[in-house]
Unconditional design. Structure first.
Length: 159
């Protein structure tokens, strides 16, 4: 665990696993939603990096490789996963094969709304907004607003 300066814990922060979690300066963990923020590293080389000034409110991040959240992003009660964690095929699950893994990057100044799900391999570009309940399986261009399942661009943040 690597802690920056001036971290505020106004809610529960649950840390699980054997990897590394880095919280930047001024990170704020809140409990407005009533749910704790849960950061899980599944592997010893897994790394969760939370940038400076990030606001976390009930997020769950489950990491096998790397999840990065850029500075000043607002992260509501969402799920962020960088792996399938299990094989997709039934034969693979019976053989206890691992699923695919790909890093997740949330850019700077993003806002992830309640109930959003960010899947493996996704990059959410700087300044983007992910609407409540969106399921993001593809990259989000910088400055975009995405909604739906699967998430699709419906606006840009400069309008």
């Amino acid at each position: 665990m690597v802690w920056g300066d001036n971290i505020t814990l106004d809610g529960s922060l649950v840390l699980r696993g054997v990897g590394t979690v880095c919280l930047g300066d001024g990170v704020h963990v809140d409990l407005v939603t009533g749910s704790p923020t849960v950061l899980v590293t599944q592997q010893s080389d897994a790394r969760i990096e939370i940038g400076p000034g990030v606001y976390l409110n009930g997020a769950t991040i489950n990491c096998s490789s790397k999840v990065t959240i850029g500075a000043r992003s607002l992260i509501g009660p969402v799920d962020i996963v960088d792996a399938d964690f299990h094989a997709v095929s039934s034969a693979g699950r019976r053989a206890a094969q691992a699923g695919r893994v790909a890093p997740v990057v949330i850019g700077e100044d993003c806002w992830l709304g309640a109930g959003a799900v960010i899947l493996k391999g996704v990059t959410v570009g700087d300044g983007s907004v992910v609407g409540a309940g969106a399921v993001v399986r593809d990259d989000v261009p910088p400055g975009s607003v995405v909604v739906g399942n699967p998430a699709r661009v419906v606006a840009d943040t400069e309008r």
